[in-house]
Structure formats: structure tokens, C-alpha cells
Design a protein around this ligand. Sequence first.
Ligand code: ADP
Length: 227
Amino acid sequence: MEILRVEHLAKIYGKGEQAVHALNDVSFSVNKGEFVAIIGPSGSGKSTLLHMLGGVDNPSKGKVFVDNTDMYTLNETQLAVFRRRQIGLIYQFYNLIPVLTVEENITLPLLLDGHKVNQKELQDIVKTLNLEERLDHLPNQLSGGQQQRVSIGRSLINHPSIILADEPTGNLDSKNSKEIMDMLILFNKLYKQTLIVITHDERIALQADRIITIEDGLLAKDEVIRP
Ligand code: ADP
């Protein structure tokens, strides 16, 4: 089942002589439960693509369908709600809210939607992420690996259609990197959670079902690793 479809996506930053064509006519689709790695040289347009997939920034041209919703036909308020419910974002530098505890950071997307926290489900996620002892801690009382685990929890709590991760292990040592990728892959396999990860790390890319290579704003290669 298709969960994401990108049609002729383009992004131009700036205007006239300053214009940067960051993304040029990119099209592809992703099925529910796939783990896709996005690779390519620095400056090739990977983060730009992820931002467009995540509804973070408007494309200059083209369409993004997430679970059959044409995202950029939504108005700003609708898009904010859609994004919160359907898209889990994980960044290199965690982007946690410093004044909120681990538990509050993880459950924030639910509370913003006015939903009650399902305690059983929260405990399951927290246990899998090995954060049971840290629920009352603030982000600055945690290691980098722990902070990234919190951001994974926050991205999963709403059961989004897709998880988008931009270099999720880029700031971590190899032990923590492996732990974070193992957890993302566990959720991908266990819950059929669709996962799209930008990475520079070949070892991570080779764990994916499929590798998309972006070069000069174009989809240069789309290889299935595990059918
Ligand atoms: P990657 O993630 O592959 O390193 P990016 O998507 O970050 O590449 O960038 C693609 C191109 O778009 C680069 O030339 C970059 O300088 C440019 N770019 C990215 N964001 C902006 C922006 N906000 N304003 C202007 N140019 C940008």
C-alpha cells in the first residue's frame, strides 16, 4: 500500500541571479512499512527534499501525497495539524524543548491535539526506548543518545504515517549510533512504521530496504536492497 507519493517536486530558493535550484523534478513513491535511506553529496538537496516531505517548507512546484492527502492543498492551520498527526520528524540535534521533562517532550504532540495520553502505550514506548528511569529528567540532564531516544518517542507517539529522520545519528558516537538505528529499525519492523532516513553512513544505508540517491537536486538512483 502506497503511503507517500512525490510528483515532480521542485524547490528554488531565492530569485533571479541568486536563485538556487535545490530540487528539480523529483518523483517517487514509498509503500507502507518501507525503510528508505536517502544518500547523496552534501548540498545535493536531501534536506530540502525531507522538508518538503514533512510539510515544513512549501515546494516551488509539484505535489506531495501522504496517505492520499495532497499536503500542499491544505491551508496553514490544516497543514500544522496534519503534520503533527501524520509525520514524525527526527533531527540531528534532537530539537527537544529544554524546559519540559522527558515524559512531557514525548507526549507533547498528543497534548497539543487535546488527546489523553494512553499510559499503557506510553510505558511500552518508553520501555522499548529504555527511558523508564529518565521520565522526570530535563533534556540537559541526558546524554546525546538518550535525547535522541526521546525525540524518537515524540515522533512515534501519534502513530504517524511516516517517520522522517535527517542524519539522526550525525551527532552520536558509534555505540549510540547503532543503538538509535537499531531502535528505529525495530519500530519499522515491529509496527510497520514507514521510515525515511537521510544518512552519510553507508552502514546505515545498507540496512534499508531501498536506497534513493540525490545528486544536484535530481533523483540519480533508486535501488531496492531488500524486496
Ligand atoms: P543536503 O541536505 O543534500 O546537504 P540541502 O537540501 O541542505 O542539501 O541544500 C541543497 C541546496 O540548497 C544547497 O545548494 C543549499 O545551499 C541550498 N539551500 C538550502 N536551504 C536553503 C535556504 N533556506 N536558502 C537558500 N538556499 C538554500
